[in-house]
Write a protein of this length. Structure first.
Ligand code: HEM
Length: 500
């Protein structure tokens, strides 16, 4: 007998038989009037939610957030932070950002860290990642970014040419690229990495004052990373190891936790700030805005039902509650729209409620420096990590094909690393040259002849010097027209003649 809550019947009467269809007699065809059969097959067809274009999710876990700092209500009137010891249930989703759900995750790729707080005022989603910054500050470039990182549909492998074509045309990505190719770009497990809300958000306190806030989840397990070699081995032996690691840890009662910290920026600081505080390619200096502990997030349960709890839970940066709101960060502003839109496509038009946007603020336009923080990050790294960083970048950059377009992408990318730090760029240049060979200056002429690319900010590249016509001339420190930064870096490196 079919039970009265069998989903196959939908809102209709409980069915009396879930073992047999309605047929025209014992050997006749089935009847269209068998609503239970039609409903059951229709539901079965829709059981899987289509994968999102960006950031398809991987594994989710449930847990609790507990407040540890009595001072938080000074900064926000969010009720979930109102007193020490207050607990809020959470649902956290991890994923490997630019890969499909089927792909391996021991790869150099941002790892998503999306937290949903089930607060008494509704759901608050903080859909961030393991990096404090992002590749771009302009949401128009997001589709180019995602497409350049995704695997090639023919080979199901990432193409270095696509990756570096995008990076080399996006100087603002240099900071995130330096971070990604550093040790933290390959976390040993999701438990051993930090999580970041990344954007600035606004907090409003009980007095109605507005502060800008950034959220940082610091792992209590400690940071642990894989080397490039370890990741390559794991990828081939056990491609979904991040997923299995978290699953096993929670199943075994080895519950991972993170300490939530915030950086707070008073509204008055914005005007005089050296950097644009709402630029997602930048961090806020910790010296100016130290971390303030807020509470602890612990994951202690796996979801009971994958379809209901995991597949249908669509995170949305627009899910906010009283006391927290968006900042003028343009990437965040675009995300407020994009996730609801994606949900409408993937799930159902009215699946979740979507909160309206709150008021914005006007901000001045600052000259963006795309390289300074990447240089700071490079110089903060111990020498051994710098070596690994350079090897990882060169390993990827040297796979770019030796075509005119490929040479231009390599040259532009090296120029970016030089501008972040001359030593950094020089080392990348030498390592790439050792692995791939130099760069044909003729490629620049080809590039100049090519139609203008759609990205706005393309750095200047050298003209082919007059009298030099030969494709075999390689980029050398003495090449006329070479960007000064790159020329200096190559001269200092002792590289003299780069002839094929
Ligand atoms: C303009 C910039 C961005 C756009 C337009 C965008 C768009 C999207 C879309 C359409 C999805 C799929 C949502 C769904 O179908 O449920 C998604 C997922 C996701 N994105 Fe973004 N994204 C942007 C930037 C970012 C950034 C900067 C981060 C991290 C700091 C991020 C983190 C995530 C995460 C964690 C998910 C998965 C959420 C989940 O598990 O449901 N995104 N993004």
């Amino acid at each position: 007998m079919r039970s009265s809550n069998d989903p196959a019947t939908g809102p209709g009467d409980p069915a009396s038989d879930n073992q047999n269809i309605l047929g025209a007699g014992p050997r006749g065809p089935l009847l269209l009037q068998d609503r239970q059969l039609i409903e059951k097959l229709a539901r079965f067809n829709r059981e899987r939610v289509p994968e999102g274009t960006a950031h398809p999710f991987d594994l989710s876990a449930c847990g609790v957030f507990e407040v540890t700092n009595p001072e938080v209500p000074r900064y926000t009137r969010m009720r979930m932070f109102s007193e020490v010891g207050k607990r809020t249930e959470v649902f956290v989703r991890f994923s490997t950002a630019d890969r499909s759900q089927r792909a391996g995750n021991a790869i150099r790729n941002p790892q998503d860290f999306a937290v949903r707080f089930y607060t008494e005022d509704g759901d608050w989603d903080l859909a961030g990642s393991n990096s404090p910054v992002f590749f771009i500050r302009d949401p128009l470039k997001l589709p180019y970014l995602i497409h350049s990182q995704k695997t090639d549909p023919h080979t199901d492998r990432q193409r270095a040419d696509n990756v570096w074509d995008f990076f080399s045309r996006s100087p603002e990505a240099t900071h995130q690229v330096t971070w990604l190719f550093g040790d933290r770009g390959l976390p040993r497990s999701w438990r051993h990495m930090d999580g970041y809300g990344a954007h600035a958000f606004q907090w409003i306190n009980a007095a109605g004052e507005r502060l800008w806030v950034k959220f940082h989840f610091k792992t209590d397990q400690g940071i642990e990373c894989l080397t490039t070699e370890e990741a390559a081995r794991i990828s081939s032996e056990f491609p979904r190891h991040l997923r299995h690691d978290l699953y096993r840890a929670v199943e075994d009662g080895n519950f991972p936790s993170w300490t939530l910290n915030v950086q707070i920026m008073p509204e008055a600081d914005v005007a005089g700030s050296r950097i644009d505080p709402f630029d997602l390619t930048k961090v806020w200096p910790h010296g100016d805005y130290p971390l303030i502990e807020v509470g602890r997030l612990t994951l202690d349960r796996l979801p009971d039902t994958c379809v209901a709890e995991v597949e249908r839970s669509a995170f949305d940066p627009g899910h906010m509650v009283t006391g927290v709101g968006p900042s003028p960060d343009r990437m965040l502003q675009a995300r407020l729209f994009a996730y609801g839109e994606s949900r409408h496509c993937r799930l159902a038009p009215n699946f979740h409620r979507c909160q309206g946007l709150r008021g914005g603020v006007a901000t001045g336009v600052r000259e963006a420096d795309d390289f300074a923080q990447a240089g700071v990050l490079y110089r903060l790294m111990p020498e051994a990590e710098r070596e690994r960083l350079v090897a990882a970048i060169a390993g990827s950059l040297s796979q770019v094909q030796r075509t005119a377009a490929g040479d231009s992408a390599v040259c532009r990318s090296i120029g970016h690393f030089c501008r972040a730090d001359r030593g950094y760029g020089r080392r990348v240049a030498l390592a790439v040259k050792a692995l791939r060979g130099g760069v044909r200056t003729a490629s620049f002429r080809a590039r100049e002849a090519a139609p203008a690319h759609s990205y706005a900010a393309v750095p200047t590249v050298p003209r082919l010097p007059s009298g030099v016509t030969d494709q075999s001339v390689w980029l050398a420190p003495s090449s006329p027209g070479l960007p000064a930064t790159l020329k200096g870096a190559l001269s200092n490196s002792g590289a003299r003649a780069w002839k094929s």
